[in-house]
Design a protein around this ligand. Sequence first.
Ligand code: PLP
Length: 375
Amino acid sequence: MTHDISKVIPQFQPYLDHLELQAVKECFDANWITEGPKSKEFVTKLSSVLNFKYGVLASNGTVALYMGLIAMGIKPGDEVIVPDFTFIASANAITMCGAKPIFCDIDETLHIDLKKAKKLITRKTRAIMPVHIYGMACDMESVMQFAESNGLKVIEDAAQAVGVNWNGKQAGTFGDIGTFSFFADKTITTGEGGLVVTNNAETYEKLQYLRNQGRINRGSFVHPEIGYNFRMTDLQSAIGLAQLEKLAEIIEKKKNILNHYAKSLSSEINLIKPDENSKSGHIPFRVCFRVKGGSQPLLKFLAESNIETRTFFYPLHSQPSYIKKYNRITSRVPKTKFSVSDKMFDEGVCLPSWVGISEEEIEYICEKINEFLLR
Ligand SMILES: *Cc1c(COP(=O)(O)O)cnc(C)c1O
C-alpha cells in the first residue's frame, strides 16, 4: 500500500480509540462527571508512573504553571527566568502572576543556558523555570545547583516530558514544583488538562486550597483561604486513565517513528536527540531537525506536497505580545543575546510524528524531503 498523496498528512493527531470512549461511558453510567473517583485514581496512577510525592490536577498546563508559581509566592514585581525558546505558555503563566518573565537564551541542547542565566539575575529574581523541550530533559543537576547558589525557586515546565528522565529520574520531580500538560498533542492527553507535582507537604496544601476555592474538601462552604476553580472533570480523568494504560505503547511507537524517519531520511539529516553522553532520556515529542541556512523553503515545499509541518518555537523575545507589553525596542537587543534561540527558529522543522501515523506516510514524507535536498 502506498500513501494517497491527495490526502493531507496532519502535523499531529491524538491517539484515541474505544478504550477512552469506554472510560468516558463509565462516568455516564456512574452519573458522575465532575471531579471525583476517576480523578482521584488518575492522580494516584500518575504518581506511581511519574514518581512524585504529591500531585494535584489542573485545568490545563498553563494553569498548572500558574498554580506552581503562586504556591512559590511569586507576585507582582518579581522576576522569573525562563528560556527564550519554549511554547509561550511558560512565559504567560509568569505574566498571569503579575511577575515579569526574563528571557534567557538556550544552548545547543535546546535547553536554558545557565551561563547566560547568571547574567540575568537581579535583586528581583525569585525563580527559574527550566523547560524540558521536545521530549528531552534539561540538565536538572546543574539547574538545582544554579538555583541554590542564587537563592531561587525552581518551577519545572515538563509539559512535553511525561516519561522523560534526567539521569534516571522523571523530569518535573527535581524542582520545588513540576508541571505537566495533557493537551491533545502531549504524550498522553485528556483534551485539556494539567498536573502540578511537588515533594513538599506545605506546598501541596497550598495547591489544594488554590485549585478548589480555598477549601480542601468539597461540600463545605467554609473557606479558610482564597482559592479559585482550577479543577478537571472526571470525563477528562477517565480519558487520562485510558491513555496511561497505553503509555508504554505510546512511548514505544514514538521511538519507532523516530527510528523509521532516521532510517529513511538522507544521512545528511541529523534528527534532534540528546547527545550520546547526555543523561537525558528521549521520548520524541516531535521528530525534528535543522536545515542549515533556514527551513522556510523546505517547509513551503512540504506544504505543497500535502504534508503539514511546524517551525520551531518563535523566540519569546521577538513575540509581538511581549514587545508591546514592555515597549521593547528590538533593534537595541544585541544580536548575540539570543543567538541560539534565533538560529533554532530559523532552522527548525517539526515533522508529523503522532502515534497513529502510518509507515507509508512516513515513507512518503522522507521521500519528499530527500527529493528536496537533492534538487
Ligand atoms: C503545552 C505546553 C504548555 C501549556 O500547556 P496547556 O495545557 O496547553 O495549557 C506549557 N509549556 C509547554 C512547554 C508546553 O508545551
